[in-house]
Design a protein around this ligand. Structure first.
Ligand code: ZN
Length: 260
């Protein structure tokens, strides 16, 4: 059944009004002229929709990593503390979540869930150290230097410091002062846990917002060798992005203005 709908078609390009006939199966029957106009309309629509698509792709393409993750210039998740970015005491607002662990209160819940999951893999996984003040880090570092000098009586203080820096950071250069870093392991000794367990913990970390801060092969950008116990909070989305690319935090920050 042919129904004359009398659709007013605003003619593209000419501004003329035309009637077209549409049957019940929605096929268009019209004069040759209307076909031409209809084709033109389709063309215009196609052009518009592909322009829309192109615009969308362009916008997506132009989105930087910073935009993708809503990163602000002083984003707390990405605060960088290392030997070339030392900081005075930051005094984060802490939450005490264990006798050995206080962290920035904003990450307490994620960290507790991370540990609980790690303990389901191996019940011996525990916190070793979380927030450390700059003052306390100074004491730790000095204690290590004295230990090295006692163990190697012929070493100068400088030699002892060089040695200590391979496993500990001087005061102001440790990100433990941010309250966003946590050492956890199934062992008390560093890099002593089963590599298979270390890998499993590393795999679940991003869903709770953590990255293994000093991964194997990351020494060039972090200046620190592999540490199987040191995790850093950056938030779940960024943690997944960094981990999937095998980046370090330093590399992520370097790429922050790149297209995502
Ligand atoms: Zn650590």
């Amino acid at each position: 059944m042919v129904v004359v709908l009398g659709v007013l078609l605003l003619c593209w390009g000419t501004g003329l009004l035309h009637f077209i006939h549409v049957d019940s199966s929605h096929h268009t029957h019209s004069s040759q002229q209307t076909h031409v106009l209809s084709d033109r309309s389709k063309e215009a629509q196609t052009r518009q929709s592909s322009r829309g698509k192109f615009q969308k792709q362009k916008n997506l393409k132009k989105q930087t990593i910073a935009q993708k993750f809503g990163i602000t210039s002083d984003d707390w998740r990405l605060v960088l503390v290392n030997r070339t970015h030392t900081r005075p005491e930051m005094n984060p607002a802490l939450a005490q979540i264990d006798s050995r662990c206080a962290v920035d209160s904003r990450i307490a819940s994620d960290l507790e869930q991370f540990l609980a999951h790690a303990q389901r893999i191996d019940r011996n996984v525990h916190y070793i150290s979380c927030y450390r003040s700059v003052e306390y880090q100074h004491e730790v570092f000095e204690r290590y230097v004295n230990d090295e000098m006692s163990a190697h009586p012929d070493w100068s203080r400088e030699q002892a410091e060089t040695q200590v820096k391979t496993y500990s950071q001087p005061a102001g250069a440790s990100e433990h002062q941010t309250g966003l870093a946590v050492d956890l392991s199934s062992q008390e000794e560093l890099n002593a846990q089963n590599p298979d367990l270390a890998r499993k913990i590393q795999e679940i970390a991003p869903q709770y917002g953590f990255i293994l801060r000093f991964p194997q092969g990351g020494e060039k950008s972090t200046g620190v060798g592999y540490e199987d116990w040191h995790y850093r909070y950056v938030g779940p989305d960024i943690a997944r992005y960094i981990t999937d690319r095998g980046w370090t935090l330093e590399e992520f920050i370097k790429h922050i203005d790149d297209v995502a």
